[in-house]
Design a protein around this ligand. Structure first.
Ligand SMILES: Cc1ncc(COP(=O)(O)O)c(C=O)c1O
Length: 455
């Protein structure tokens, strides 16, 4: 059999034979619910006008109704899952790479582009104006001020904006972990090559068990030349949630800036930028927050902004009153994607950020418990709730990670990913739309591989 190869040299598994929902078909939205929602107008200020708007509203109303009905946990989440287009056959467990958009977001993307195609001038003006609504909503979502939010395209761009924008001298030091994503590390490698900045990648135990141990490693590595601590909030190869607020508390009194690669956290855990106390936080809401791919945000603490030069410049880049806005002067933007991110936040808010975090943690705990009970599995996720979250890394003794990922897809229709970093890792993301049954399906599939081998 011939496979297309994709990253890591893994074979590209065969696709599901699934019909893609066409916009405007209102699949999954009953006429009664649709009309009810439009009449009630309960879903707030959603998006562009157009044929799809009512469907988007109906979707949010369905969540609100499920909340009001005080359903049992699994029943509630099964209603939420119905507001996604994701195939019932598929146990999709890779939000860590790319999360599925819920229906209102998908509709908003399509609707936004349709409106642009039919009335470009006025619609573009409306979409440009809506960027500030998004800035406000994002700020509220992560407890920041609107003037601290730059609208980027993803985490990599945010990390690059900070690394590129700081004035650092030869010999200045940046502390990272040994498990940074290239999108968070490579911007510093450019800095090292161009300016002689020293990048240190600190190892820590896997699985980690004690946040204090990680803090001590950083404290010991700090020298008079340390300028920045730049770490992932959740490390991507194994899913370790680092104690970033405590790292920030360590850094600030020493005059060291903290930059967090938060690709995974928004939409997975309830974030509070002001409480966290970091200087900069880059994220990608298209992973766990249901936004369309191509949207990101960069939190920039008000007091730290004057340390950073804008990387991309257009009108307004030197307007200090504009706050973080002056770092996202990218001229024409993909307006429909920005607007659809508003729908994503609305969808998450309708469920509740705290409720989502609890669900994500409960599913990950269930997976961890199942995996710990299987002989031949090495679990990389921490047992300490402070250090783990919705990403779970593990390895199967005697089996190559790529074959495991492929077999889980073929046999069980479970989609997970692999990472290497010398740990031969299989990584599962458990998000709220996953079910307890799906978690068990994954664990059963792993047990079967260890008993019968891969296919
Ligand atoms: C920890 C981490 N940082 C950064 C990135 C890059 O994200 P993006 O492609 O949205 O820039 C990823 C992607 O998976 C990641 O896992």
């Amino acid at each position: 059999m011939v496979f297309r190869r994709f990253r890591g040299g893994a074979p590209m598994p065969e696709p599901l034979r699934e019909t893609v929902l066409e916009p405007g078909t209102a699949a999954g939205v009953s006429r009664r619910r649709f009309l009810g929602a439009v009449a009630a107008g309960s879903a707030g200020a959603l998006l562009a006008g157009g044929a799809l708007r009512g469907e988007a509203r109906a979707s949010i109303s369905a969540i609100e109704q499920a909340q009001a009905d005080a359903l049992a946990e699994e029943d509630f989440w099964s209603k939420v899952r119905r507001e996604f287009l994701i195939s019932d056959e598929l146990a999709y467990m890779n939000s860590g790479t790319l999360g599925p958009m819920p229906k209102p977001v998908y509709y908003a993307v399509v609707d936004g582009y349709r409106a642009l195609a039919s009335d470009p001038g006025r619609e573009n003006a409306r979409q440009v104006e809506a960027q500030d609504d998004l800035r406000q909503e994002l700020a509220a979502f992560v407890n920041a001020d609107p003037g601290e939010v730059a609208l980027t395209r993803n985490t990599t761009e945010g990390m690059s904006f900070i690394a590129n924008g700081l004035d650092l001298k030869p010999g200045d030091e940046v502390l990272c972990t040994f498990h940074e994503h290239p999108g968070g590390l490579e911007p510093w490698k450019i800095k090292a090559k161009r300016f002689g900045v020293v990048v240190k990648e600190l190892p820590f135990p896997i699985p980690a068990s004690d946040p204090a141990e990680i803090l001590n490693l950083f404290e010991d590595a700090i020298t008079p030349r340390t300028r920045v601590i730049s770490v992932s909030h959740v490390t991507f190869p194994t899913g370790c949630m680092l104690p970033v607020s405590r790292l920030a508390a360590l850094a600030r009194p020493r005059g060291i800036l903290t930059l967090v690669d938060g690709a995974h956290a928004i939409g997975m855990v309830d974030l509070d930028m002001h409480e966290m106390g970091v200087d900069f936080y880059a994220s990608s809401p298209y992973k766990w927050a249901g936004a369309p791919v191509g949207t990101g945000f960069l939190y920039m603490r008000r007091e730290s902004q004057d340390r950073v030069w804008p990387t991309v410049a257009s009108m307004g880049w030197d307007d200090e009153e504009a706050g973080a806005r002056r770092y996202d002067r990218l001229s024409q933007r993909a307006g429909p994607l920005l607007l659809a991110t508003l729908a994503a936040l609305e969808f998450q808010n309708a469920i509740g950020r705290g409720r989502i975090e609890e669900r994500v943690r409960a599913l990950a705990a269930r997976l961890g418990e199942r995996l710990r009970a299987i002989a031949g599995v090495t679990l990389y996720a921490s047992e300490n709730p402070e250090l783990c979250c919705g990403l779970t890394g593990f390895a199967l003794e005697g089996f190559d990670r790529i074959e495991v990922v492929d077999t889980l897809w073929r046999r069980n229709r479970v989609w997970v990913r692999e990472t290497d970093y010398g740990l031969n890792t299989v990584r599962a993301s458990t998000h709220h739309y996953n079910t307890e049954d799906q978690v068990d399906r994954l664990a059963d599939g792993i047990q079967q591989i260890l008993t019968e081998g891969t296919i």
